[in-house]
Design a protein around this ligand. Sequence first.
Ligand SMILES: C[S@@+](CC[C@H](N)C(=O)[O-])C[C@H]1O[C@@H](n2cnc3c(N)ncnc32)[C@H](O)[C@@H]1O
Length: 296
Amino acid sequence: MYHNKETKKSRAQINIKNNQNKFKCPICSGAMTLKNECNLICKKNHSFDLSRKGYLNLLASGSSAKYEKELFEARKQVCSFGFFDPLIKHLGERISGYSNDNSAKNGISVLDAGCGEGSHLRSLAELLQHVPDINSTLFGVDIAKEGIKLATSGDTDIIWSVADLARLPFQRDSFDVILNILSPANYHEFERILSDDGILIKVIPGKSYLRELRNLMFEENDYSSDRVADYFSNKFQQISSQNIEYQVQLDEVILPQLLKMTPLTWSLKPEMQTEIHLTQIPSITVDLTILTGVKR
Ligand SMILES: C[S@@+](CC[C@H](N)C(=O)[O-])C[C@H]1O[C@@H](n2cnc3c(N)ncnc32)[C@H](O)[C@@H]1O
């Protein structure tokens, strides 16, 4: 366990130092080295600080993040309620299976691209710890600093960075598994940083995702993520598509957090959010499609 922020930062220093060959300068694309214990620097002297909380800010220019601290806090509470547990179990099995099939490798590198406040990756780190013979190094990136700040709250060796999917600060072929969960994608960048035998796992909402809330908010509920799935299979060779669907019982604590965390309710005024009651949505459907692809 960490005892203070310094020890958290020193643990991050060790993890980054051990993996510095994976990073590339987000400005000039040069190789990077961790110097003076807390600066990741390229040969052209572009320098990026390791924060006291132990994350790197690798944005080449200002952030255009739309998500705010309150939203990430709500998302974290919803995750700690177990909302995504079946998904995490599924992803854990998928990553363990990949690792077994590629047992010749000296450990695998996993990137969660668009990791938000990091709950999924922290849960996966914990789950993978209990799987024998898996040696994984986990990285999480998100464009929102508020998300990454929250992500560092756990006691893990995950390497967290603020970065843009459109300009990922990693070298070619650096990752064996890329996770892209309910987040935008940049397939050009994913293809560049994924190893030749690596896999991309993209999680998208199925048509019944949060159905009860959609039914309440919209007269016509014809939600579909078919276009996102089609785009995925245009860019990567799809090797599987699996669906998981389950119900989560809500309560007075979790419903307001759920309403805060989902972009679905962003168009609603706050007073309208408080109009949505547990009696209207006692439980909610989680319907997720897990697409797995390899490079063409
Ligand atoms: C709906 S949230 C999902 C977060 C997390 N994967 C989860 O399931 O809880 C979408 C995330 O994508 C991130 N995001 C959006 N555009 C991005 C970009 N260009 N680069 C990196 N992250 C981005 C947002 O900041 C946000 O955290």
